[in-house]
Design a protein around this ligand. Structure first.
Ligand SMILES: Cc1ncc(COP(=O)(O)O)c(C=O)c1O
Length: 395
């Protein structure tokens, strides 16, 4: 038996089986390539599901983390620390939001956003029966609040009851949102580009419509930018493509490029009328190591103009995937923007992904029939050509 098979067998004995994993054990990476423990190289078009944006083995990033580790990794949110203060400043600069709360994951950022919305509404009318409108086919994470606003019944069913008072509208269908608004509605939450639900970008009209609706009823517009944010669509955050600013937004994944961090941010108005001392907390969120990661990620994004690179190279990716879609009648639709694109097939894509992996290209699905393309944000046109060659072979 190979070393890899041995490890996979051990994993299947010891780890809780909550994932159907692909048969590979990765060991290290360089740029846009991953290497397994037997030395085979793979071109990565998943980036750890939209996380490792900067490419593997990034020396400046590694050095920034090492130097912070040598200084101090953790203190507590009862004290100030410079990396978190600098990180908050950097996040504010690229997001245009005013107040930041750091978390350890995306789901936890969504929890914070939901609590913010409920508290904002509670302070206005003292009611405790507020409703939130979420979207069908959305994905916001696996903790209870995040799961409650996740519009895929398959993920929720066995764990009912959810947190309650959540209504689901149809994505990109403003009338279906309007139909659910009543005097108890305190927020509308949506991904600016739906990721797990199959790579569906919100239309400009839909986002602007929700903004107007939220303004009209003093409800909070919450945009989940955990997957589509941090440069992936060619702007720091996907809503910046349309200039529709949310009241509250979430980020995670590429925000720390692998160090587990997230954040929920809000406008000053919401910050002044929602969570106060004692309302919310975290042991690890915003610790010096996480703060150092965020600072270095944003520093490199600015230095290298990563969003600009995604904008231009993402158009190339779009063109190449369009060519693929035109050639294959089993591809129903090609969707997406920047480095967040999807090909919807009329059959499951697991075989395509497995064959690509054998040939040294890492791809992933979204749902059963959608092939999701989420490369590190530093891929070049030549990497895209290489991926497309293999994709053509395995389709
Ligand atoms: C849009 C969106 N929100 C929330 C989450 C949950 O993030 P995490 O897995 O870090 O809890 C994800 C993860 O895929 C996501 O794509």
């Amino acid at each position: 038996m190979s070393l890899m098979k041995d490890y996979i067998n051990e994993a299947e004995n010891d780890l809780l089986h909550t994932y159907n994993r692909y048969p590979v054990v990765f060991d290290h990476g360089e740029g846009v390539r991953l290497f397994d423990i037997e030395g085979k190289s793979y071109l990565d078009f998943v980036s750890g599901i939209a996380v490792f944006a900067l490419g593997y083995g990034n020396k400046a990033y590694n050095d920034a983390l090492k130097s912070q580790i040598d200084k101090i990794i953790h203190t507590s949110n009862y004290y100030y620390n410079v990396p978190a203060i600098e990180a908050a400043k950097a996040v504010k600069k690229v997001s245009g939001m005013d107040r930041v709360f750091f978390t350890n994951s995306g789901a936890e950022a969504v929890e914070g956003a939901i609590k913010t919305a409920r508290k904002y509404a509670y302070l206005k009318d003292g009611r405790t029966d507020h409703e939130i409108i979420a979207m069908e086919h959305s994905f916001h994470g696996r903790t209870f609040g995040a799961l409650s606003v996740t519009g895929n019944p398959k993920y929720r069913e066995a764990f009912e009851p959810m947190i309650g008072n959540i209504r689901f509208a149809r994505y990109n269908d403003l009338e279906s949102v309007k139909a659910l608004v009543n005097d108890k509605t305190c927020a509308v939450i949506l991904e600016t580009v739906q990721g797990e639900g199959g790579i569906h970008p919100a239309t400009e009209e839909f986002l602007k419509g929700i903004r107007a609706l939220c303004d009209e009823h003093d409800m909070l517009m919450i945009l989940d930018e955990i997957q589509c944010g941090m440069g992936r669509t060619g702007e720091y955050f996907a809503w910046q493509r349309f200039g529709v600013k949310p009241d509250v937004m979430t980020s995670a994944k590429a925000l720390g490029c692998g160090v587990p961090v997230g954040a929920f941010m809000m406008t000053e108005k919401v910050g002044q009328h929602s969570l106060v001392a004692g309302d919310h907390g975290t042991t690890y969120g915003g610790n010096p190591l996480g703060g150092a990661a965020i600072c270095e990620v944003i520093r490199q994004f600015e230095e290298k103009d990563i969003p600009g690179h995604v904008k231009t190279t993402g158009e190339y990716l779009y063109k190449r995937l369009d060519e693929v879609a035109a050639k294959h009648s089993d591809i129903i639709e090609h969707r997406g923007v920047g480095f967040m694109q999807g090909l919807e097939f009329d059959h499951p894509v697991a075989d395509i992904i497995n064959r690509a992996l054998e040939k040294g290209v890492v791809l992933i699905n979204a749902g059963t029939n959608i092939l999701r393309i989420l490369p590190p944000l530093v891929v070049e046109k030549s990497d895209i050509d290489e991926m497309i060659d293999i994709l053509e072979q395995v389709i």
